[in-house]
Design a protein around this ligand. Structure first.
Ligand code: PHE
Ligand code: FE
Length: 291
């Protein structure tokens, strides 16, 4: 039996992947490539280009880390699955991104509860090629260790969810995706931008810390940033007093609205809204096609 190291790091065992596993990766990769032009933010697409991952199959973490390290000083470490919070934060604080090694099976291409290697690598790693985002995630790791000590992890976890996993970004070309949970999901990459149902609010740190999230369905609520620098600057202040402030306020649901909410609207959903009203079943079908 192998013992678990305290940092939970294991060997990726890249040579151990089967043809089928590499084939599943290529399938997912090609589908997302097609979908993400015009949907993912520039920083993501540039990062992906610079990494030269993976049209050919599951990447070797060592090779990938060498490229990433040269760009922003981050490396990828293999872990067996979800790791304890303190371990996760400690890795981020040291600019190490923990990634799972297993890949989803062909009969679960579109739905799984736990992150797999496609989500971790294709969803998260390209953004770490961006210097500002790279600094943000390290700061988040440090902030995580601090929040754990203060007993406010629930609030900080919401920030991760609504930015790193499900964040949207307003660009001059229109609304784009930077959240990794979306970037690794074919269905949600379309839904989050085009569907009229979810609410899109301007980034608001306190609002995010107050708001619960769902892990079992497409999001009903997204937060929109203007750029990574805004995100970095807004999260730079000491959170300790902010946690205190939020602690006395009630939790909000993704469907709750407050007077302070600033909604983000662009032409994109309006156009689709018209199509949606004319023929709802067609709209639905189109979404399901890509799931
Ligand atoms: N400024 C935060 C704190 O004092 C740390 C943090 C930075 C958290 C960036 C999240 C993201 O706790
Ligand atoms: Fe993730």
């Amino acid at each position: 039996m192998t013992t678990v190291r305290p940092d939970f790091v294991i060997e990726q065992n890249w040579r151990g992947y089967s043809h089928e596993e590499h084939a599943i990766w290529r399938l997912l990769f090609e589908r997302q490539q097609r979908l993400l032009t015009g949907r993912a933010c520039r920083e993501y697409l540039e990062g992906l280009g610079g990494l030269d991952v993976a049209a050919s199959g599951i990447p070797d973490f060592r090779r990938l880390s060498d490229i990433l390290d040269r760009a922003t000083g981050w490396r990828i470490v293999a872990v067996p699955g979800l790791v304890p919070d303190d371990v996760f934060f400690a890795h981020l604080a040291c600019r190490r991104f923990p990634s799972t090694c297993f890949i989803r099976r062909r009969d679960h291409l579109d739905y799984l509860q736990e992150p797999d290697i496609f989500h971790d690598i294709c969803g998260h790693v390209p953004l770490l090629m961006n210097p500002v985002f790279a600094d943000y995630l390290q700061a988040y790791g440090e902030g995580g260790l601090k929040a754990l000590g203060l007993g406010h992890l629930r609030r900080l976890a919401r920030l991760y969810w609504y930015t790193v996993e499900f964040g949207l970004i307003a660009t001059i070309e229109g609304l784009r995706i930077y959240g990794s949970g979306i970037l690794s999901s074919a269905g949600e990459s379309v839904y989050c931008l085009d569907d009229p149902r979810p609410t899109r609010l301007r980034f608001d740190l306190r609002r995010i810390m107050q708001t619960r999230y769902r892990i079992d369905d497409f999001q009903q609520l997204y937060f929109v940033i203007d750029n990574f620098q805004q995100l970095f600057d807004a999260t730079r202040p000491d959170f300790a007093p902010i946690y205190q402030e939020i602690a006395v306020l009630p939790d909000l649901e993704p469907t709750s609205r407050t007077d302070r909410d600033r909604e983000f609207v662009d032409g994109r959903q309006k156009k689709n809204w018209a199509a949606h009203q004319r023929s709802p079943s067609l709209g639905r079908k189109r979404l399901e096609d890509v799931r």
